[in-house]
Ligand binder design. Sequence first.
Ligand SMILES: CC(C)(COP(=O)(O)OP(=O)(O)OC[C@H]1O[C@@H](n2cnc3c(N)ncnc32)[C@H](O)[C@@H]1OP(=O)(O)O)[C@@H](O)C(=O)NCCC(=O)NCCS
Length: 191
Amino acid sequence: MSEPIVVQAQDPERERLEHEGWVAIARSFGAQLDADRVDRARLGALTIRDDVSIRALGPDDVPAVIELDRRTIADYPGSVATQHHPLSREAAAPSSVRRAFGAIDASGELIAMTFVDFDGSHVETDFTVVDPGWRGRGIATAVKAASVIALVDDGAERFRTGGSEENVGILRANAALGYVRDEEWVTLTHP
Ligand SMILES: CC(C)(COP(=O)(O)OP(=O)(O)OC[C@H]1O[C@@H](n2cnc3c(N)ncnc32)[C@H](O)[C@@H]1OP(=O)(O)O)[C@@H](O)C(=O)NCCC(=O)NCCS
């Protein structure tokens, strides 16, 4: 089996590869949210909860970030295009260019987090994850909403995100925040 190749769904290269016998094994998407389209009131309402508190993460949270990453590492669907690698200590450390937001439960445990890279105007989502016991309760949507509001306040103009086409939870969370899908990718492999 050859190394998988990731191409845009509309790329003519895809047709050529498929003629040569390459087959699609996964689909993924890219989506964008422009700051001037952010509905602050609606997103703000998504972050107000009585079961968890949503806040920016900092250096003191690194051990909890690594622990949550460790127990969810096998949960990311898709193929090479949407792979999530275990966080190193450096990648788990929030900073001015690597911003992170999390949800903390009543016992003080970190149960969800979203990490983005931020260059002062553009935001690229790295990953979002929720503890399995807390999924399906709007928590991914809440931490992503908190991150969008805070980063707009800090000058963000454009947010990008992406993921596996089969990941309905993240697709719907992105749609709830106003992300518009503008890229489709296929991962091809040659059996
Ligand atoms: C994807 C993930 C982050 C979603 O977290 P979550 O807290 O369950 O998401 P939310 O509760 O905010 O749900 C958002 C929407 O998706 C829906 N949803 C969530 N999980 C779903 C599922 N497995 N199947 C179908 N719909 C789902 C919710 O009903 C909600 O829909 P709505 O806005 O129409 O009400 C979580 O499943 C997870 O951690 N998965 C593993 C890591 C991962 O894949 N991360 C994303 C790629 S970086």
